[in-house]
Design a protein around this ligand. Structure first.
Ligand SMILES: Cc1cc2nc3c(=O)[nH]c(=O)nc-3n(C[C@H](O)[C@H](O)[C@H](O)COP(=O)(O)O)c2cc1C
Length: 200
């Protein structure tokens, strides 16, 4: 099945939601520009408050630009000592989310919905992603020569996965952690602790 020239992925949306984890280690294999544009297409079609669609998207695949963007990112704040992906496991592409009108009071919700569409579409294609807000926005703006009427909001790092984080039930901390084999464990609050049906 095709929608506006893009193949619709066959992975069930719920399966993508369940299997997606933030990926911070990537294979050094390029992601095709067609796929990257597909992810932006998914973002563009996200719900938008008053349908104002205040967002634009900047795809980065150029090696030199990728290196410069990499330097602007703060990775995995809970991991100590400070950790960043090694040269052999850096993202091979980025999508930078740009906001045309920050006076739009719902723009952050639009960013969130667009971001989720990107990461889920990527997951459906077997591509790992990580939403990044701990970034030097001013530097990203300079490096990519983004005109000042657009504001850098966040970045999504992308690439084929070189790690497979595991989910675990939240016990006493929300902090993700790496075990001795380097596997990332991500605690999630339990469904029965969050859901209220008919009464509190
Ligand atoms: C708004 C937002 C900002 C984030 N910023 C960063 C970031 O700057 N650096 C990073 O390594 N991860 C970042 N993350 C990823 C989160 O750490 C991750 O989503 C969380 O630990 C849950 O793990 P999961 O995505 O695998 O479910 C961000 C996620 C969101 C939603």
């Amino acid at each position: 099945m095709f929608v506006i020239g893009f193949e619709v992925n066959t992975m069930d949306v719920y399966d993508s939601i369940v299997s997606r984890r933030s990926i911070r280690r990537f294979q050094q294999k390029p992601v095709s520009p067609v796929l990257l544009k597909k992810f932006v297409n998914a973002a563009r079609l996200a719900p938008s408050a008053a349908n104002l669609q205040p967002l634009e998207y900047f795809i980065v695949t150029d090696k030199e630009l990728c290196s410069m963007i990499f330097e602007t990112i703060g990775w995995a704040g809970y991991i100590t000592p400070k950790w960043t992906p090694s040269t052999e496991e850096r993202p091979v592409a980025y999508i930078v989310l740009l906001v045309r009108d920050i006076n739009n009071k719902y723009y952050q919700r639009d960013v969130s919905l667009a971001s989720e569409n990107i990461v889920l579409t990527a997951e459906g294609e077997g591509i790992g992603s990580c939403i990044l807000c701990n970034i030097d926005k001013k530097r990203v703006q300079e490096v990519l020569e983004i005109p000042e009427e657009l504001q850098v909001d966040s970045i999504i790092a992308l690439g084929y996965k070189a790690e497979y984080p595991v989910l675990e039930d939240f016990k006493d901390s929300v902090k993700y952690w790496r075990d001795v084999k380097g596997v990332l464990h991500v605690p999630k609050r339990r469904l029965d602790d969050l859901v209220h049906i008919n009464r509190f």
